[in-house]
Write a protein that binds this ligand. Sequence first.
Ligand code: PLP
Length: 391
Amino acid sequence: MYTWHPMIYLDWAATAPPLWQVRAEAFQKAEELYANPSSVHGAGRAARDCIERARRSCADSLGAHPRDIYFTSGATESNNIVFSSFFNRPARGSVVITGIEHPSVYEPAKALEKAGFAVRYIQADSDGVVDPERFAAGVDGDTVLAAVMLVNNETGAVQPVAEITRLIRQKSPRASRRVHIHTDAVQAFGKQRISCDEMGVDSLAASGHKIGAPRGGGILFLNRPLDTLYRGGEQESAVRPGTENLEAIYGLGKAVEIWEEHREEWNEHARELKRLLLERISAIDGACLVGPAGGPAQRHSPFIITVSFPPAPGEVIVRVMSDRGFAVSTGSACSSRGKKNLRVLQNMGIDRGIAGSAIRISTGPATAVSDCDAFCTALERETAALRGRLR
Ligand code: PLP
């Protein structure tokens, strides 16, 4: 299903290698269906049909109606569309998010705070999972927006979104006071069964490139009207106007169909790799597992593991491992170019020294057992050498 890569790639949570079938077909669609999907001639209608097929595939995967699926350029844009729409409201109110959100939720929340909203950041437990009661306690009669991610991108912690939604709805049963509940489902999309309906969320963000689709394709599920900031086009019902990126959208629909078909098999493979990685990494001198990895399976994604080797800085471990031919990261790809951002791990109450030494290992369907074995052998050698140098 996947092409071979010269480096052992263990950074799938940052982006997945393209599924070859999706890439080939997306290129072909770009060539064949070049007409503008808004054009009324036959070529335009063929392009439109292609987009609508992808919309149905994405809706099916999310347990949603196709009319509630809007295509965007990626999850950063989907998250921003939701948060920025609150700037248009005449009245301010309160916003509740977890303190472990991705920057594409956290920073828009900060911007709302600057604009006069009271923003509450709810702390996660030490394993990275947010307590539903604690989150719901942050919601009050003034709350207009609440956001909790489905799977954390740094630790793989699975958040109890459905339970949080249920508790919030119990608190604000009147439709007129209904809190808008948003979830960033990027690290879960395709990989686990999702039902927007069962979760009871009003909006959800997902991204194509994390599951092998081309970059530049994302999803916003939205089942409530929002006065978004965009103006100037009718595409995607004006929620995200602008000529559609047909090949990215086609790829998104195709990739999610493939994940649906292989989900069980690929999850089982990831669980096996995770078992192996946990066993080998726990035996390395100085290794300190971060997040929910050692705990109950339903609390963590099988695709992500975070481990720390204090006092070696996470960036240094990542560079050394890269020199040895392994791609891992320090956490969010958005912060890994510069110094590691410790916000998420510190929110979980993780000691600064441990948080600063953390690396994230993330696998995918093409990761082989031998890749993980080779990685662990090199990691053991390199962290021992680093410890010796840092002494
Ligand atoms: N949310 C989470 C949890 C992510 O992991 C990412 C990507 O790293 C994003 C949002 C941003 O997604 P995109 O790259 O599609 O903008």
